[in-house]
Ligand binder design. Structure first.
Ligand code: NAP
Ligand code: ZN
Ligand code: ZN
Length: 348
């Protein structure tokens, strides 16, 4: 057992503050990773502030983890001490249900064990995430990190990367298609990069006109300021696929109307309130309204390898952990370019 320094929040209204807990020693199939960088996902903020209910305190967020293996159990095959390793949103699942067998551990019928704020079915207690100096997990849920990529800028791929890669692949986004991305934050900027890399023509919808030049640089062909109704009207009935990454309540009907016949709008953003749908928007053009949750372990590795091949990482603002509360406040104002990543050395 090792005493582990971390940052935690103790209620929905208190800031994150230093916190210490014990990590178990790695078992035979497990590794211990010393965390070098951890991305700051908007989910961390939703969970810390109990936006979705169900947060258990103290809560140590963080599920975009990269670091080095410091210990490997006797049965570990994929890693040795000193290797780079990464952890995303899950640390375990039942591994036997239909979804697990198909490599879709995120849809495990028993519920996967998420990296933080999740009941640890095997070891008891609640999981603690990556705003910490180390993590211990089964090697089956750890990813190999391509050495060619900048390590800090790789961390956000573990959630923002896979959460956008998976639906773009599932709905077969590719050349000849017109694809919309709503919101240029952590997930949105990865969606723009990935959809562009898959060969689609990308249109970015934003509430922040100041992000337009960046969106074009990241791979969008066009930027639409969503508050401008005339601009929105120009795109009615024209999209094959739209990925919605918005973290707050917004009018989904304005976007459903932009899909062409049989087009799909997929939600990955999780506003805390329901999003009312106008039925005619679906019925008249046989449009589909869907959702997607992160991605399985094999697909996460595939995404990391794809990113290495195409030299894709996240655009980041590196912060010491002492600035995490400020980073949360800026996330709420859509003021991040385009992912905060914590430099774990700052834990001291
Ligand atoms: P983020 O970096 O804060 O980006 C969200 C973006 O949404 C903002 O930058 C902003 O873009 C836009 N936005 C924010 N408030 C808005 C409003 N009121 N109306 C319209 N647009 C608004 O957040 P993130 O880390 O990318 O996460 C986005 C959402 O995805 C969160 O709800 C998170 O919990 C969820 N998530 C889901 C999964 C999954 O598996 N499904 C995985 C990870 C995260 P503009 O400034 O361009 O408008
Ligand atoms: Zn996340
Ligand atoms: Zn399962």
């Amino acid at each position: 057992m090792s005493l582990t320094k971390a940052y935690a929040t103790t209620s929905a209204t208190t800031p994150l503050a230093p916190f210490t807990f014990t990590r178990r020693d790695p078992g035979a199939a497990e590794i211990e990773i010393q965390i070098e960088y951890c991305g700051v996902c908007h989910t961390d903020l939703h969970q810390a502030r109990n936006d979705w209910q169900g947060t258990v305190y103290p809560c140590v967020p963080g599920h975009e983890i990269v670091g080095r293996v410091t210990k490997a159990g006797a049965g570990v095959k994929k890693f040795k001490e000193g290797d780079l390793a990464a952890v995303g949103c899950m640390v375990d699942s039942c591994r036997t249900c239909e979804s697990c067998q198909e490599g879709l551990e995120q849809f495990c019928e028993q519920g996967p064990t998420f990296t933080y704020n999740s009941e640890d079915k095997k070891h008891g207690g609640i999981t603690y995430g990556g705003y910490a100096e180390a993590i211990v997990l089964d090697e089956a849920f750890a990813l190999r990190v391509p050495t060619s990529l900048n390590l800090a800028a790789t961390a956000p791929l573990l959630c923002a990367g896979i959460t956008t890669y998976s639906p773009l692949r599932h709905w077969k986004v590719g050349p000849g298609q017109k694809v919309g991305v709503i919101g240029l934050g952590g997930l949105g900027h990865m969606a723009v990069k990935l959809a562009h890399a898959f060969g689609a023509r990308v249109v970015l919808f934003t509430t922040s006109p100041g992000k337009s030049a960046d969106a074009i640089r990241l791979g969008a062909s066009e930027v639409v300021v969503s508050k401008n109704e005339a601009e929105m009207q120009k795109h009615v009935n024209s999209f094959d696929f739209i990925l919605d990454t918005v973290s707050a309540p917004h009018d989904i009907n304005a976007y459903l109307a932009l899909l062409k016949r049989d087009g799909t709008l997929t939600l990955v953003g999780v506003p805390e309130q329901p999003l009312p749908v106008q039925p005619f928007n679906l019925i008249f053009k046989r449009r589909q309204f869907a959702g997607s949750l992160i991605g399985g372990i094999a697909e996460t590795q595939e995404m990391l390898n794809f990113c290495a091949e195409h030299n894709i990482t996240s655009d980041i603002e590196l912060i010491p952990i002492q600035k995490i509360n400020e980073a949360f406040d800026r996330l709420l104002k859509s003021d991040v370019k385009y992912r905060f990543v914590i430099d774990m050395k700052s834990l001291g």
